[in-house]
Structures are given as structure tokens and as C-alpha cells.
Ligand binder design. Structure first.
Ligand SMILES: Cc1cc2nc3c(=O)[nH]c(=O)nc-3n(C[C@H](O)[C@H](O)[C@H](O)COP(=O)(O)OP(=O)(O)OC[C@H]3O[C@@H](n4cnc5c(N)ncnc54)[C@H](O)[C@@H]3O)c2cc1C
Length: 265
């Protein structure tokens, strides 16, 4: 690790001020990704802006048809929240199966979504539910937020403050995970919203979470695992590495989507 300055602001406004004043400063939430990156010298920020003391970033609340989760909610908070469990049980189950207990006790939803690791879980729920990302300065639709591998619509110095999830009629998530790292090899999050819209988001398979339009169309006509059983994802552009080929991941897209619809019921 290199030397860096450390700040612990008490408000979003102060954090943004610190980040804007120094373009090489980085916000830190759970540190589960950023600290290993610093240790491996993959990242060299001049300062860390620790968000953990900012009350505005905390809390989970259900209002009408919307579930709002503060950026600092740890995976364990989401997994154990009565509001999440009753409104979007698939999201609580997703959180309960992220990494291991140490990761779930430190890692946050804001850090995970801002990081946009192709093998992370939450981006699939955010895109699959058509959530809205609330930042210190604007609101961003999930469809516009995830832009590529580790790339989002967040501008330098912009803080993710909360995520607003529409409470769906049905939602389910299934993933095949790497037995060693526990990160997602391929996952599918499916949802039927109260508006009638059906969304299918695939994570782990490609460089960035993406929607599977053919499956959305089939499930709109017939919400059942059989509706997606014969839909084949093209392996073109999918990830291929020592853990699995693009063809294997393409096959998993269908299998995970079927399981996710079955879980949603
Ligand atoms: C061993 C291990 C296993 C894991 N397994 C899984 C898994 O199975 N599934 C999964 O989804 N994840 C997994 N993770 C990742 C983990 O779940 C964390 O969610 C993830 O590391 C990022 O969250 P964090 O709060 O730790 O963010 P940090 O590490 O603090 O930050 C990550 C990035 O986001 C930025 N950032 C943080 N907060 C904000 C904010 N509010 N606004 C803007 N930018 C911000 C930081 O500057 C940094 O660039 C694993 C991690 C480890 C170490």
C-alpha cells in the first residue's frame, strides 16, 4: 500500500466537497474491493474519504410501492431486513448469499453497485427490477447506469446515496457461483413488475450485466420456466476464462433463467 490521507466526513455534502477538491481521492464504504486493490497496488488514491459516518447514507425503508436502500446498507443488513424480506424476498436471499460472512458484514450495496464488477450479484437485481440510483446530484435509471466492465454513469466525485427498488409482483434470482471465489459465473434475475413489465437481467456471463430481451418477451406472454427453456443465449461477447468458456456461460444463462422463474413462482 502507498501512503494516503484519510478523511471521515459527517455529511454527503462534506464528502462530495473532499472528493471534488481532489480528483485522486476515492470514497470507501465496506473496503472489500478497494482495500485489496490498494494492497495489490492496483489503485493509488491520494486520499480515502470514509463514508461510514454519514447517517444520510444509512437505512432501509418501504414507502408505497418503493423500497429504498441506503448506499451504506451492508449485505447482512439487506439479508436480515424485515422490509426487504417482505417486499422483495429474492433481494434478501441474494444478499444472504454474497461472498462469505466476513464480506457480508463489511460489504455494502452502494460499494457493490458503484464498483459494477461483472461477477457481482446486486447489479442483476438493480437492472432486473428497473431500480433508480439516487446520487448526491441526480437520479439515474438502472438501464442507463451500468455502462461496461467496472464502469457506471457515476461521474468523478459523484456519490451513490441510495437505490430505489420498485416492489415487484414476482421476482427470482438464481446463480452458478465459482466454488473458490464465490463470485457469480452466471446469474439471472427475473421480475414481473406491478406495471406488468417483465425484466430479465444476466450477470457474470458478460463484461457487464445486461438484459435478455428474448426471454423478457417470452415471459411476458407466458410466465413459466418452460417459456425460457429453449431460448439460447449467443456466446458472442461473453466472458471466457479459466473458470468457464463463453459457450458454457451461454448455456448457464438459460439454466439460471429457468431456475429464477421457478423461484419467483
Ligand atoms: C472474498 C470476497 C468475496 C466476494 N464475493 C462476492 C460475491 O459473491 N458477490 C458479490 O456481489 N460481491 C462479492 N464480493 C464483493 C463485496 O460484496 C462488496 O460488495 C464489494 O467489495 C464492494 O462493496 P464495498 O462496500 O466493500 O465497497 P468498497 O470496497 O469500499 O468500494 C468499492 C468501489 O466503489 C466505490 N464506492 C464505494 N461506495 C461508494 C458510494 N457510495 N458512491 C460512489 N462510489 C462508491 C469505491 O471508491 C470503490 O471504487 C466479494 C468480496 C470479497 C473480498
Amino acid at each position: 500500500m502507498y501512503d494516503f490521507a484519510y478523511h471521515k466526513p459527517g455529511s454527503v455534502a462534506d464528502a462530495v466537497k473532499l472528493l471534488t477538491a481532489d480528483p485522486e481521492a476515492r470514497p470507501i464504504s465496506g473496503g472489500q474491493t478497494l482495500l485489496p486493490a490498494l494492497k495489490h497496488r492496483l489503485n493509488r488514491p491520494t486520499a480515502l474519504v470514509d463514508l461510514s459516518g454519514i447517517a444520510e447514507l444509512k437505512g432501509i425503508r418501504k414507502e408505497g410501492d418503493t423500497l429504498t436502500i441506503g448506499a451504506l446498507a451492508r449485505h447482512v443488513d439487506v439479508a436480515e431486513s424485515a422490509e426487504v424480506t417482505s417486499a422483495i424476498p429474492a433481494l434478501a436471499r441474494m444478499a444472504a448469499n454474497i461472498g462469505d460472512i466476513q464480506v457480508r458484514n463489511r460489504g455494502t450495496i452502494g460499494g457493490s453497485v458503484a464498483n459494477n464488477d461483472p461477477a457481482a450479484d446486486y447489479p442483476a437485481a438493480v437492472l432486473g427490477l428497473g431500480a433508480t440510483i439516487v446520487t448526491d446530484r441526480r437520479r439515474i435509471a438502472a438501464d442507463d447506469f451500468f455502462q461496461g466492465m467496472f464502469t457506471t454513469a457515476l461521474e468523478p466525485g459523484e456519490l451513490l446515496v441510495a437505490i430505489e427498488f420498485p416492489i415487484p409482483e414476482k421476482a427470482g434470482y438464481a446463480k452458478m457461483r465459482n466454488p473458490a471465489s464465490r463470485y457469480v459465473m452466471t446469474g439471472a434475475f427475473v421480475a414481473r413488475l406491478r406495471s406488468g413489465e417483465v425484466r430479465v437481467a444476466i450477470n457474470g456471463a458478460g463484461p457487464c450485466v445486461f438484459r435478455q430481451a428474448e426471454m423478457e418477451k417470452a415471459l411476458s406472454a407466458n410466465w413459466s420456466p418452460e417459456a425460457v427453456a429453449n431460448i439460447r443465449q449467443s456466446p458472442e461477447g461473453l466472458n471466457s476464462d479459466i473458470h468457464g468458456s463463453a459457450e458454457y456461460r451461454a448455456h448457464l444463462v438459460t439454466v439460471m433463467a429457468k431456475r429464477a422463474v421457478a423461484e419467483a413462482g
